[in-house]
Write a protein that binds this ligand. Structure first.
Ligand SMILES: [Zn+2]
Length: 521
């Protein structure tokens, strides 16, 4: 029998320890039927076989992003991207271009400017924005999202004038001589205008989310764990699936509150299924609401707090299991991880006959004892390496936690050494989508470099161990006979490029279910 698709002359990194490297892969329908040498695969090439000669390019198992908010990513794609603007003039020309494609009166939202990158080294002015987009209300967020620049139309629609009371925790910039508004709003004052911006329509959101799926496939990602934030997203997912626009495999992870809203999803389809439900044990480190055993180092009266008692957490876990989903417990602080582990330990005792694979989301502040318990319970830890880098740089983890605790913040290498499985994700759109950037962060980590991973280990986080995190290691995550044909083809071998250039490796082709869904050429 001949294959439907044959990839030959490749550098195939299988992530299968019994045959780590191969030259070629044969696919029939949606399954890998053989991995081997060119000679072996040539025997499976028939008249109808589509043959792709890779010229030495690298083939990886389809990459998996275990934490992404696809609908939010779509929303961001509707926005004007200003990250490349190196001058006020460039910002104006980008805005002018966007205004040309936008009906008069419709809001233009942008993000990503930074005055330090402008050659003029100044903030955008009301007059700059008015000149570029006179007929549309405009709000352009600084890359920190804490400052925005708006135009006169936006101020008028929001009813903001020189007399508007300044909200607490915010600033409305005014010209010191004339008292006129400059169009710059800071912190809580940004809401004065933001609240006047209408929600995108259902169709706009649908199109934007479809575009997000396209971008995901272009990034070489073949499966996502889509962390849903609102009920509305569930219908977007179903509509896109019905219209054939999901493109990538979706493991939907719902918030616990939506447990009863998933009726109508086909059970256990490999392209789309609801896999898990998030139960929140605590808040976040950046808002100092993650629950710690000892107070935050720079705030002696604050240790964060648990969002629920162990009893309530156990009840939530039982409910999620009864609904047939994987419990995904968000626990960032050491106290929350301890609390989650107590519930997991209890549940495992009761569920000895049918083991449950628990997953901890963003387990950040750990210690030796917690890691041992994670290993014993075979809990998967899901992390987003770019978020870790931001925690150290933007959030100054070392000052807020103290050096001793910061050493144990996301200790990825120690986790792996101790035998805990770690799965990787992006947290896009909070951080960039690019999975190779995530790998680069994990292997070039600047703080506590003893926790750096090897490229091979980083690859595991986005392939085999990501598949393990959703109990799908038997069907995907490595290139092996019988597994589904999800493949990512890269311009260069991630194990051969300099580690700080990993993020720049190009995705040449993405194959999902045996079909080419993206090709660069
Ligand atoms: Zn997230």
């Amino acid at each position: 029998m001949s294959a439907d698709l044959a990839l030959i002359n490749g550098n195939v990194k299988t992530m299968n320890p019994s045959r780590p490297v191969a030259e070629a892969v044969a696919v029939t329908k949606n399954k890998i039927i053989k991995v081997g040498t060119n000679k072996e695969i040539n025997q499976l090439i028939g008249e109808k076989t589509k043959v792709i000669s890779l010229n030495g390019k690298t083939v990886l198992p389809g990459l998996i992003d275990t934490h992404i908010h696809v609908a939010d990513f779509g929303r961001c794609l509707l926005w004007l991207d200003l990250t490349s603007a190196g001058s006020i003039g460039k910002l104006q020309s980008l805005l002018k271009e966007k205004a040309k494609q936008t009906p008069a009166g419709k809001w233009i939202i942008g993000r990503g400017w930074n005055q330090n990158r402008f050659k003029e080294k100044r903030l955008p002015k009301l007059s700059d924005l008015n000149a570029a987009a006179p007929d549309n209300p405009v709000i352009l967020y600084h890359e920190s999202a804490m400052i925005c620049a708006v135009n006169s139309k936006a101020l008028a629609l929001a009813g903001v004038t020189e007399q508007t009371a300044v909200p607490s925790g915010g600033t409305i910039d005014k010209n010191p001589q004339t008292g006129e508004l400059t169009g710059i709003l800071r912190d809580s004052a940004t809401n004065l205008v933001w609240q006047a911006v209408p929600e995108p329509t259902a169709d706009e959101l649908l199109d934007a989310t479809a575009l997000a799926c396209q971008k995901i496939a272009e990034a070489g990602v073949t499966s996502v764990h889509w962390l849903v934030l609102s009920e509305n997203e569930l219908s977007i997912i179903q509509r896109l699936h019905a219209e054939g626009k999901l493109l990538v495999r979706v493991n939907v992870i719902i918030p616990e509150a939506l447990l009863k809203k998933t009726i109508g999803f086909q059970p256990d389809s490999l392209m789309l299924h609801v896999g898990g439900a998030v139960i929140a044990a605590d808040g976040y480190l950046d808002s100092k609401t993650a629950a710690l055993f000892q107070p935050y180092s720079d705030e002696p009266n604050n240790s964060g707090r648990l969002l629920c008692t162990e009893q309530a957490l156990a009840a939530s876990v039982a409910q999620v299991l009864a609904a047939g989903f994987q419990p995904v417990i968000h626990a960032m602080g050491d106290k929350a991880v301890d609390s989650a582990l107590k519930v997991i330990e209890q549940t495992s005792k009761q569920a000895a006959a049918k083991p449950v694979r628990f997953r901890l989301e963003q387990a950040a502040v750990l210690n030796k004892e917690l890691i041992k318990r994670l290993k014993t319970q075979k809990v998967v830890v899901s992390v987003q390496p770019k978020v870790i880098a931001s925690e150290f740089s933007v959030w100054s983890a070392t000052e807020r936690l103290g050096v001793e605790r910061a050493k144990w913040l996301h200790p990825l290498k120690t986790l792996l050494k101790e035998g805990v499985k770690v799965a990787g994700g992006s947290d896009c759109p909070m951080e960039p989508l690019n999975p190779l950037l995530g790998m680069q962060e994990a292997v070039t980590r600047q703080n506590f470099p003893e926790q750096r991973l090897t490229v091979e280990e980083a690859l595991r986080m986005y392939t085999v161990d990501a598949a393990y995190s959703s109990c799908e290691e038997n069907v995907k995550g490595s290139i092996e006979d019988g597994k589904i044909a999800d493949l990512t083809i890269l311009s260069n071998d991630p194990l051969a490029v300099p580690m700080d250039e990993l993020k720049d490796v190009n995705v040449e082709m993405t194959i999902i279910d045996g079909k080419v869904v993206y090709s660069k050429h």
